[in-house]
Design a protein around this ligand. Structure first.
Ligand code: OXD
Ligand code: MN
Length: 582
């Protein structure tokens, strides 16, 4: 295979000259190709076959133990002007970055095959979708991209029809943490990633393209590329709603995206469907609403904690056609992770006989890669070229105190302030300390491809592009009591909060106006069959004015870090909050 797109043909040639592979292979995305690659990965030991009876066509991959997560300290945004990357990113001058990483790429594919993966982020016929091409020397990456994107001939045909595509160059290199960089060139719509095979660093369609590069593209073109799940909610009256929700990594996004409502809700006729679990691209439609697609075609989810009780839909999709990375294995060759059930695994994520003294059996950031079509709650609307209309945007954080269970923004500007200042404790999805509180605006801290000040201004300016914008909410499932116990049951019970949110969108349910937003009282939340102390629910919906005063001070200091690029609307909103608290 080759291509009629001259830019692509020239780029492939140029990369081959730099990296010197033994051969070049163009991926076509067929089932025969998939089989061929699986056989190859089994033969060279990259894959281990899991129990064919319980987990047909499932594979286990154990990565290099030093290559298990995203590496934010080695991730760079390389814009001509440093200020355009902003204090939220590590920056390197494009020329220096190219030089530095091309030195690593030089000759790195000798003795290897170079795979060319044309892919489409989003339904192949959607005007909201965008294409890219990833060049990689990893067949494991090819197999993951096959599940996570629409890849192969159809994507190539679209690229040949339309012309434009994002260029992503990847090599696993030596997997040496000292020879590892993830470089982004938003102004060139290009990515170069060297030295890691981990999903977030190596599946370039995901975080690198669909968030960092796309967020920049979105700003230039007037749309939004966000770190959000998309969930469908159908009311008993048959009204279909969609919400988009941003949460930091490993905060239960996949669980929420596949939520199963409490029994009473199911009986009453509520239905939940999954459009996406990680990324959302939204564009103003002619009706003034935001229309969204999930640019991905699969789920790259965190395995630990996935269980019958927490996410039965996920478990149902994971017994077949799935790649497991860095999980443990049972005696009879089944994948296993902490929280799954009470079996004891035989080997851990490094392939060693399991010994609790070595720590968890599955790596805390171990993952499954699976086609979205395998999810029982997958919405057929995920394939709609027009996307789905979004009624509500939810910003979630992981806060042990202060932040209430749910609050509704008073206006779009107020919602942008809420999103911009949402804070969270860090997780195992990135290397570094776990459990430190940091502000994670729109859950985009590791993923915004340009200056946050400009990004917030772009959010504020969406009002001029769309006149029926979604209502904005914040949620916090993670409040703890004095004993360190979670106060809200979470999981399926989150449906109760979603019901209130939908009720607010329909103008049906009531709320109390407070300094921090519109809050439900405990009586506004459906508590039928909820096994919970109502005093605790009241606490979860209370406003601690003194606590919010110091929160507002910290918000002011945070926004000020971004200087005069911060839109005035955010400071106005903050002033209003401060005066109402006073
Ligand atoms: C992810 C992440 O992998 O957010 O989705 O880190
Ligand atoms: Mn994510």
């Amino acid at each position: 295979m080759t291509t009629t797109n001259q830019v692509l043909a020239d780029w492939v040639k140029e990369v081959a000259e730099l990296t010197q592979p033994d051969q070049i292979y163009w991926c076509d995305g067929t089932a025969a190709e998939e089989q061929k690659f699986n056989d190859m990965l089994l033969a060279d030991g990259t894959y281990k076959k899991l129990n064919e009876e319980t987990h047909p066509n499932c594979f286990l991959h154990l990565s290099d133990p030093q290559d298990v997560a995203r590496v934010e300290h080695l991730t760079f945004i390389c814009t001509e002007k440093e200020a355009d990357a902003g204090p939220n990113n590590h920056w390197m001058a494009p020329q220096d970055a190219h030089q530095k990483i091309d030195d690593l790429f030089a000759g790195c594919m000798q003795g290897r095959t170079m795979y060319v993966i044309p892919y489409c982020m989003g339904p192949i016929d959607s005007p909201i979708s965008r294409c890219g091409v990833e060049i990689t020397d990893s067949a494991y990456v090819v197999q993951n991209m096959r599940l996570m994107t629409r890849m192969g001939s159809d994507a190539l045909a679209r690229i040949e029809r339309e012309g434009g595509f994002v260029k992503g160059l990847h090599s696993t290199g030596e997997l040496d943490p000292d020879r590892r960089f993830i470089m982004h060139f938003p102004e060139e719509l290009a990515i170069k990633s060297y030295g890691s095979g981990y999903g977030g660093n190596a599946l370039l369609g995901k975080k690198c393209h669909a968030l960092r590069i796309a967020s920049y593209q979105a700003k230039t073109e007037g749309w939004l590329a966000e770190h959000m799940l998309i969930l469908g909610i159908k009311t008993p009256a048959g009204k279909q709603h969609y919400v988009a929700a941003a949460f930091p990594s490993a905060c239960g996004k996949t669980n929420l995206a596949m939520l199963i409502p409490p029994e009473g809700y199911v009986k009453d006729g509520w239905e939940i469907s999954t459009v996406g679990d990680d990324i959302c691209w939204m564009r103003p439609g002619e009706d003034g609403r935001l229309w969204a697609i999930n640019p991905e075609a699969g789920f790259f989810g965190v395995a630990p904690g996935t269980a019958k009780a927490t996410n039965p839909n996920a478990l149902k999709m994971l017994y077949k056609d799935t790649i497991f990375t860095n999980v443990a294995e049972t005696e009879d060759g089944q994948p296993w992770w902490e929280g799954l059930d009470d079996r004891t695994p035989k080997t851990d994520w490094q392939g060693r006989p399991f010994d609790p003294a070595n720590g968890p059996a599955a790596h805390p950031n171990s993952r499954f890669t699976v086609s979205a079509k395998r999810c029982p709650s997958y919405s057929p609307e995920s394939e709609a070229a027009a996307g789905v209309p979004i009624d509500a945007i939810i910003f979630g954080g992981r806060r042990a105190s202060l932040v209430p269970l749910v609050a509704e923004a008073k206006s779009w500007d107020h919602g942008v302030l809420m999103g911009a200042t949402v804070a969270s404790e860090t997780t195992a999805a990135a290397t570094g300390a776990v459990g430190v509180v940091r502000r994670d605006p729109m859950a985009m801290k590791p993923f915004c491809g340009y200056n946050f000040g400009d990004y917030w201004a772009h959010w504020v300016a969406m009002q001029e592009k769309a006149n029926h914008l979604p209502k904005v909410f914040t949620v916090n499932w993670f409040r703890k009591d004095d004993q360190g116990k979670f106060m809200w049951p979470g999981f399926g019970e989150n449906m109760r909060v979603l019901e209130w949110i939908i009720g607010r969108c329909q103008g049906e349910l009531s709320a109390t106006e407070t300094a921090i937003g519109h809050l439900p009282s405990k009586d506004d939340i459906n508590t039928d069959n909820l096994d919970m102390d109502m005093n605790v629910l009241e606490d979860l919906l209370a406003v601690d004015a003194a606590g919010w005063k110091s929160e507002a001070e910290s918000v002011e200091a945070f926004l000020s870090e971004y200087g005069n690029r911060v839109p005035k609307a955010l400071f106005d909103q903050l002033k209003q909050l401060q005066s109402q608290l006073a």
